[in-house]
Design a protein around this ligand. Structure first.
Ligand code: ZN
Length: 274
């Protein structure tokens, strides 16, 4: 009897806020999804434990999952963090370090004075306008979440720039990406005392050059938006993730069981042509 998972699904969230928009799940749906996962006995892995499964073939519980959030929105702290903490779950948050603010931690959840969490479009406008603090996390909030053990922070670059779209020259592109990653790594080292090795690509874009630059800088686990099953044979530079939606717990459990089976998952992605 095998007790270890053969494949580990990775869930991808962006916003958890009551204000509908792109890449958004409502706090109610998030709570329902997380409750289903907890009741079904899923183990939420840390990013390091997930990497050990992929890279070193270490065993993880049969029902294991990695929960991820991209960008570092304030709503992750206000609406998702209390749910994770309450249920004893763990998530990985990929933050754009250049968008993280300073100042005291704000109230979260149902507490008095918990901030308004704008929708995706308003968040983008706030960042472009130099008002990122209205939409994004502060370091103190990250530290609060990390100290609880419910959320850990990793790298999503410093500026979230698609260098492939902004620079035509491949050498200039590589240099700009290296600088972007180095700044992010430095910020995480200074603030959290961590030698970062988990990186999530902005908008899921990467190519061979990108991977080479990231590896040179010590990033070993690279998270994509590709929809494939993660087994011990998956290169840690090509981690697939499942897009989450405003759906119920049964929907989430079906996705998880599909992406927990190397065979079913491969068939499914082949049929969808992904
Ligand atoms: Zn992003």
């Amino acid at each position: 009897m095998t007790t270890s998972a053969n494949a580990v699904p990775v869930l991808m969230y962006h916003h958890v806020t009551p204000h509908p928009g792109l890449v958004t799940v409502s706090p109610r749906a998030f709570q329902v999804q997380m409750t289903s996962l907890a009741r079904r006995g899923y183990t939420t892995l840390s990013a390091d434990r997930f990497f050990d499964f992929l890279h070193h073939g270490r065993d993880v519980p049969a029902k294991s999952v990695l929960i991820t959030f991209d960008d570092g929105y304030l709503d992750n702290y206000v609406h998702a963090y209390p749910v994770l903490r309450e249920l004893g779950l763990r998530a990985t948050l990929f933050a754009v370090t250049g968008w993280i603010g300073n100042g005291p931690a704000r109230p979260f959840g149902e507490r008095d004075g918990a901030p308004h969490c704008p929708n995706h479009r308003a968040c983008k406008a706030a960042i472009a306008d130099g008002r990122a603090d209205e939409a994004m996390l502060r370091w103190t909030e990250i530290e609060t979440m990390e100290a609880s053990g419910a959320v850990e922070i990793h790298c999503h670059t410093h500026t979230h720039t698609r260098w492939d779209k902004t620079l035509a020259d491949p050498i200039a592109r590589r240099t700009a990406l290296a600088r972007d990653l180095t700044r992010s790594k430095e910020a995480l080292r200074q603030r959290l005392g961590r030698e970062e090795r988990h990186l999530c690509w902005p908008q899921g874009y990467f190519d061979d050059d990108y991977v080479a630059v990231a590896q040179q800088l010590g990033f070993e686990a690279l998270y994509t938006t590709r929809k494939h099953v993660n087994t011990r044979r998956t290169p840690p530079t090509d981690i697939g993730r499942i897009v989450t939606k405003e759906r119920n717990g049964d929907w989430l459990l079906r996705r998880l069981s599909l992406y927990s089976s190397p065979l079913l998952g491969r068939l499914y992605t082949a049929l969808r042509g992904e």
